[in-house]
Design a protein around this ligand. Sequence first.
Ligand SMILES: *[C@@H]1O[C@H](CO)[C@@H](O)[C@H](O)[C@H]1NC(C)=O
Ligand SMILES: *[C@@H]1O[C@H](CO)[C@@H](O)[C@H](O)[C@H]1NC(C)=O
Length: 450
Amino acid sequence: MVNPLFIFLPLLSVAAGTDGPDPCVGRRIHIRSLPPRFNTDLLRHCGADAFPLADPSAAATSTPPCESLANHGLGPRTHPRSRSWYRTDARLLEAFFHRRILERDCLADDPADADAVFLPYYAALDALPYVLDPGLLDESARHGVALAEFLSRDQARILSRRHGHDHFLVVAGSAWDYAQSPSVEPRLWGSTSLLRLPELANFTFLTLESRTWPWQEHAIPHPTSFHPSSLGHLRAWLARARRSRRATLMLFAGGASRPSRPNIRGSILSECANRTDACVVVDCSGGKCAHDPVRYMRPMLRSKFCLQPPGDTPTRRSTFDAILAGCVPVFFEDLAARRQYGWHLPPVRYDEFSVHIPKEAVVFGGVRIVEALEAVPEEEVRRMRRRVLEMAPRVVYRRHGSTPELREAVKDAVDLAVDGVLQRIRRRTRALEDGLPERIYAQEEDSVDI
Ligand SMILES: *[C@@H]1O[C@H](CO)[C@@H](O)[C@H](O)[C@H]1NC(C)=O
Ligand SMILES: *[C@@H]1O[C@H](CO)[C@@H](O)[C@H](O)[C@H]1NC(C)=O
């Protein structure tokens, strides 16, 4: 059942040049070879009939559609002539990231030469049986146990050399969903204990959302649907977003049904119902937007501000869609982005490219979002839009196999994630070498200078 489009490049290694400084110093990554049951076999977990569903009514949204496997996990193109737009399902990011690591320079065949070890384990796909198959719901503490057993058995030296501190992997989901205490009985539905396995405790997990004290994980951007393969395609899009006429003051894309208790989403929906002249709501309920970027990208291009309230969890993909559209994001709490994506969006720059309105002020303090945003001078809106479009390339996942020109011109979401993880691993291995293990778990200052 493995999609035939899903064929990996042979492993490329770059020999150190004989002249000039070695560009790979401190940047060598060994890709751990894993049995297919930890990655390619898991691509079977697609399509509505992959599992005997606990809740058949959720069938449409519970597993990624099999067509999402196309293009190494970017999904099918939005239409046949589209060059850069895909129907991307975030849960295939693990497979796509794997593909991008494979095409990277500075790979090390010998783990002894490597600064970091990448585990091409498709963790979120492997979690699906535990959260979807009624027969396995009680087993969810076992998610990842087979991997831990394999790593301790097969060439155990790779793992033990630095106690796992140099290992990293991608988990295409929120860290909260993988952090259930293994001893909870009965098991809570919808989450596993991957991050709580002692054997994996020292790994760095790249997740789409981190917890409040993320000492094991670091957040990387949710993938959007835009994956350019050349500098020309990237620039053409940014120019379009820059020039776009924006008649709408603010936009909200998300669940459009009013919540029963007062919260920020409810406040937004009632303001928008009152002020249809200033606010557009794109109804994304029931997964309507998940694989259909046209639905929200066009309205975002026509809006000045895009509202990013927390939903079930604090972060949302829509934040990254908005950045790409040059629609200035409006955040209602720091957990929505500022305390998450430091490698990609420097925390000290948020005032330049986003607006912050505390959610309590809106829900309980009588602050009207429309009025707050109407009060921002037009010149200031334009300045923020320029800044947000400067940030956009940093959160884009460019297509695999893109042109050397694009690769040299911009660091994309994968490049910055790899830079961040290498730096974090370097700090940890230095702490180990210096015999100061307490430094390993110190909260990092992850704001990058750009
Ligand atoms: C994790 O790191 C700590 C500190 O280096 C070490 O004592 C511990 O044994 C490591 N855990 C595993 C499972 O390797
Ligand atoms: C909506 O309009 C009504 C009537 O003008 C007003 O009483 C109410 O406070 C408004 N609600 C919001 C959220 O703006």
